[in-house]
Design a binder for this molecule. Structure first.
Ligand SMILES: Cc1cc2nc3c(=O)[nH]c(=O)nc-3n(C[C@H](O)[C@H](O)[C@H](O)COP(=O)(O)OP(=O)(O)OC[C@H]3O[C@@H](n4cnc5c(N)ncnc54)[C@H](O)[C@@H]3O)c2cc1C
Length: 147
């Protein structure tokens, strides 16, 4: 499938989605391309947000241990890593899903796949394998810049 757009933004991280949202707000037809299910990039999927969620848990554990010195005793915590990961994934999902909704509200076309520049005004987007992170149904797409 071939389609055209005023602006193709490669990468859905904080740099990419901010640029795409601004361009859409200024009236451009924008296509945002990333392999992830929603915008977010390293910051939301693997960096800032997941690390802060896990750091918060570490802080709670540390404070519970230190509270002994203040005369408050907690039982030794039991860590359920699967539930902890599930909660962290939930935080990431809510934030990235919210960005997906903001893209839709602005009329930004979100293409899921790996972009490759074919020339100054054309990009090929190779979708992720079917089934990767729920990527099924993404049959294929291409974005040709309007120049
Ligand atoms: C553990 C960790 C903790 C961090 N904590 C903080 C923090 O607390 N505060 C803070 O300000 N910063 C933090 N950062 C840094 C922050 O993540 C980066 O500054 C930010 O993600 C950069 O945004 P970006 O849009 O430039 O790039 P990225 O977030 O890296 O986004 C680039 C996106 O482009 C995609 N992409 C690349 N090439 C292609 C292609 N050819 N086709 C399609 N998609 C492509 C990538 O898959 C990625 O999704 C942290 C980073 C890490 C690793």
């Amino acid at each position: 499938m071939t389609s055209s757009t005023h602006l193709a933004v490669i990468g859905g991280g904080p740099g990419g989605y901010a640029a795409a949202f601004l361009a859409a707000d200024l009236g451009m037809q924008v296509t945002l391309i990333d392999e992830a299910p929603d915008p977010g990039g390293v910051c939301l999927y693997r960096g800032c947000m997941p690390s802060k969620a896990l750091l918060h848990v570490a802080k709670v554990l540390t404070e519970a241990r230190e509270a002994r010195a203040w005369g408050v005793d907690f039982a030794e915590p039991a860590l359920d890593l699967d539930r902890l990961r599930g909660w962290k994934e939930g935080v990431v999902g809510r934030l990235t899903g919210g960005l997906g909704q903001l893209s839709t509200q602005r009329g930004v076309t979100y293409l899921r796949g790996r972009a490759e520049l074919l020339g100054p005004t054309s990009v090929r987007v190779t979708p992720p394998p079917v089934g990767a992170d729920g990527a099924g149904g993404f049959a294929g797409a291409g974005a040709g810049g309007a120049g």
